[in-house]
Design a protein around this ligand. Structure first.
Ligand code: NDP
Length: 400
């Protein structure tokens, strides 16, 4: 029988909700490209409930215990004395969400001799040292597409929020003011601006589709070009590299995975090539941009605004400069964990576990690493290597 170690974020400060704002969530059975939403044999939760925090347990306990497996759920994930590190010693399966990632570094993988499956309840497995997983033969899987649209909606919200100066204007209302000039001195229309996405995968393409009705000029860069009819339908211009795209854009949104090729892509040099007063929205991963170069660009006016929900490490230390830098619209990592998204990735996690324990193949579109190499979707979108270095700094959140 297996031990399944699941790392989830903390419950709400006031405890689990007794009632929800809405009665349920709409059911989605297929995504835009025809892929089916998760298809587990059964689920033991009500869609629309809080599943991603410790007491929600991703709705997995009944299922796993009925098979005789052990489920350990914790939010205590950072530092050598954490529950996660203690429990890792005899775990076969580790489940983690990118919002509150259990960093599976090479050192931790070495301390987990029984570990066979690292399952991301969400999308983005950069919190796992993929190189170490490849070398140790650990399978890495994620629930591809489960929250791509959730993120695309967040991106559109953040682009509008920055360009129209929404958050500072809301602050004036809360303070009892009516300071129209203060609100609008940084407010613009998005219409006719040039908006570009780094990557036109599931999220990037969904952002392009959602922005088209705003009458903006769309751009994208990706390793593989979209089919020409899709490019035409969107009216999107492809750029062979990120540099040529950012030079043309007023707004840039980052939607590629973090892997060695994209780490630190937005450094001082690239940001200097952007138009003065451009905006960046990054809901992909914090490490794709140079943390301090962003702060300096906002202070100098090279960037007019920066928003996103991804940081490094997570949780971000309490003194992380993005909490207080000017013209930021940051949220904690939430875009892919709406109650709607949780229902899908909890079901996807269950589907992958059912396959694992019944020795059935996991869908190709969920595989990142398998059989000692990048596999499935991972072979297409990732590069081998490690992007977890520096993750030990996450322990500072507890102590600071
Ligand atoms: P997809 O795999 O559908 O898309 C990723 C795209 O990035 C692919 O088109 C891929 O190209 C492209 N890409 C990879 N490397 C590069 C590169 N060097 N330059 C340009 N493009 C590149 O994934 P999603 O769209 O669903 O998700 C993207 C990322 O968003 C995730 O990896 C994750 O990091 C993040 N995410 C964030 C969430 C949040 O809550 N904030 C939730 C979900 C995801 P190709 O495949 O053509 O090689």
């Amino acid at each position: 029988m297996a031990k399944v170690l699941c790392v989830l974020y903390d419950d709400p400060v006031k405890g689990m909700p007794k009632q929800y704002a809405r009665d349920g969530v709409p059911e989605i059975t297929r995504y835009h490209d025809g892929q089916t939403a998760p298809t587990p044999k059964a689920i033991d939760f009500t869609p629309g409930e809080l599943l991603g925090s410790v007491s929600g347990e991703l709705g997995l306990r009944k299922y796993l215990e009925s098979l005789g497996h052990t489920l350990v759920v914790t939010s205590d994930k950072d530092g050598p004395n954490s529950t996660f590190e203690r429990e890792l010693a005899d775990a076969e399966v580790v489940i983690s969400q990118p919002f509150w990632p259990a960093y599976l570094t090479a050192e931790r993988i070495a301390k987990a001799p029984k570990l066979k499956l690292a399952l991301t309840a969400g999308i983005g497995s950069d919190h796992v040292d993929l190189q170490a997983a490849i070398e140790r033969g650990v399978t890495v899987a994620e629930v591809t597409y489960c929250n791509s649209i959730s993120v695309a909606e967040h991106v559109v919200m953040m682009i509008l929020g920055l360009v129209r100066n929404y958050l500072p204007s809301h602050e004036w209302v809360k303070k009892g003011g009516w300071n129209i000039a203060d609100c609008v001195e940084r407010a613009y229309d998005l219409e006719a601006m040039h908006v570009g996405t780094v990557a036109a995968g599931r999220i990037g393409a969904a952002v392009l589709r959602r922005l088209k009705p705003f009458d903006v000029k769309l751009h994208y860069t990706d390793r593989y070009r979209l089919p020409l009819d899709v490019e035409k339908e969107l009216g999107a211009t492809w750029h062979p590299d990120v540099e040529s795209m950012v030079k043309a854009c007023d707004v840039v949104t980052i939607n590629c995975p973090l892997h060695p090729e994209t780490e630190n892509l937005f450094n001082e040099k690239l940001i200097a090539k952007m138009k003065r007063g451009a905006y960046i929205v990054n809901t992909a991963r914090g490490k794709i941009v140079d943390r301090d170069a962003i702060v300096r660009a906002l202070e100098s006016g090279q960037l007019a605004g920066y928003a996103g929900d991804v940081w490094f490490p997570q949780p971000a230390p309490r003194d992380h400069p993005w909490r207080t830098m000017p013209h930021n619209g940051m949220t904690p990592h939430i875009s892919g964990t709406t109650l709607s998204a949780q229902a899908r990735y909890a079901a996807g996690t269950r589907e992958i576990l059912e396959c694992w324990f019944e020795k059935r193949p996991i869908r190709d579109e969920y595989l990142i690493v398998d059989g000692g190499k990048l596999a499935g979707v991972g072979a297409h979108s990732y590069s081998a290597g490690n992007a977890t270095s520096g993750s030990e700094e996450a322990a500072r959140f507890k102590t600071a």
